[in-house]
Design a protein around this ligand. Structure first.
Ligand SMILES: C[S@@+](CC[C@H](N)C(=O)[O-])C[C@H]1O[C@@H](n2cnc3c(N)ncnc32)[C@H](O)[C@@H]1O
Length: 346
């Protein structure tokens, strides 16, 4: 069986890197096929794993918009024949809408959706199945890539509203400088954690990263040199219904965790707008690497953001870490944010 992913195209590499990280840490079996940017298929999934995997993906992924179960694949010219082959009662519950998403294709979207809708209705004419364009029970998803059509059904939805509703300025405790919830979620996923694992953010600020880790079922710990931030993180975590958390008011240089953590996900301070606890320039990164190493389990990952002008590599080497992956996000003309995935040396 196959799952189809429609991904965000706001970054060329992060959505697929996030998906690969989740596949890796959840031990998901299947073959990944990247059709084009924004369209990915996971093939060779066994019947018994499909629902479990599907639910994991919709619960975890940040940079994926939709996940669908593939019904069939065919050339556009066989559309009618292929739609009529399907036993739609198996897939549709009471009402449905058909939606077409195009990648490098000039198929007429509205015309195609209407045609497929009528074909489905003609095939189920003795039942109560109806078309319902707003909030249908069943979404029939057509994806056109060149002249290929993927016919799919949406069984479970990603909670897209969450990423809108939890934007930094909508939380009870706000302070400028928190990253977008989608990037925070992606970074948590890149750190290869699973439900029940302990995630630490030693520069927790308003808690944006920990919220995302908590929402995928991790235990979370946050610390910050500023007690207002430490308290603010707790307020925001409570607001999001996250109960399994601890917060500390501590300078990263003094950090000694009560237990070694499964991952560190963090956005250290830099530039003029954030306080660094009286540490100069790049030195905060160096101090951070030294201090965090002994707080991490041997197989733990560290996923962190940094500005492009800080050269992390010599610091990573000195401490005994290894750089696994790196992604660049252009923020504005003079700042690129670098997302690094780091591990202890094997
Ligand atoms: C860029 S902000 C983190 C933003 C955070 N991801 C959020 O969602 O709000 C950096 C945080 O590091 C804290 N900080 C600065 N120097 C520190 C130090 N030496 N030890 C621990 N925390 C420090 C600041 O108080 C600030 O809250």
């Amino acid at each position: 069986m196959e799952l189809l992913f429609i991904q965000s195209q706001e970054h060329p590499k992060l959505p697929i890197a996030e998906l690969k990280a989740v596949i890796e840490c959840e031990n998901i079996e299947g073959t990944l096929d990247i059709i084009t940017e924004g369209l990915v298929i996971l093939r060779d999934i066994s019947d018994e794993n499909l629902e479990k995997y599907y639910k994991l993906f919709v619960r975890r992924l940040g940079y994926t918009h939709e996940v669908h179960e593939v019904i069939s694949k065919f050339k556009y010219e066989s559309l009618e024949e292929e739609i009529l082959k399907v036993n739609w009662q198996e897939y549709i519950k009471d009402n449905f809408a058909v939606r077409l998403k195009r990648f490098s294709s000039d198929i007429d979207t509205v015309g195609c959706e209407r045609e497929v809708g009528s074909l489905i209705l003609s095939n189920v004419n003795d039942t109560d199945i109806k078309v319902k364009l707003e909030n249908p029970n069943s979404l029939v998803r057509l994806v056109a890539y060149q002249d290929n059509i993927f016919l799919a059904i949406e069984r479970f939805k990603l909670n897209k509203k969450h990423f809108e509703e939890i934007k930094p300025h909508k939380r009870p405790f706000f302070y400028p400088g928190s990253m977008s919830p989608k990037l925070a979620r992606c970074m948590v996923n890149l750190s290869r954690v699973c439900e029940g694992d302990l995630v630490l953010d030693p520069f927790c600020g308003t808690g944006g990263i920990l919220i995302e880790a908590g929402l995928i079922g991790c235990k979370v710990a946050g610390s910050d040199v500023n007690w207002k931030m430490k308290n603010g993180t707790a307020i925001n975590l409570e607001y999001c219904g996250i109960e399994n958390y601890r917060t500390f008011n501590v300078d990263v240089r003094e950090l000694k965790m009560y237990e070694k953590v499964d991952s560190v996900v963090t956005d250290p301070p830099y530039g003029i707008s954030t306080s660094t606890g009286d540490i100069d320039g790049d030195e905060i990164f160096n101090e951070f690497f030294h201090s965090i190493y002994s707080n991490m389990k041997d197989d733990a990952f560290l996923c962190m953001a940094s500005p492009h002008y800080v050269d992390l590599q010599p610091m990573i080497d000195e401490v005994g870490f290894q750089l696994m992956e790196q992604y660049h996000i252009k923020m504005h003309r003079s700042l690129t944010r670098v997302i690094s995935v780091i591990k202890k040396k094997d």
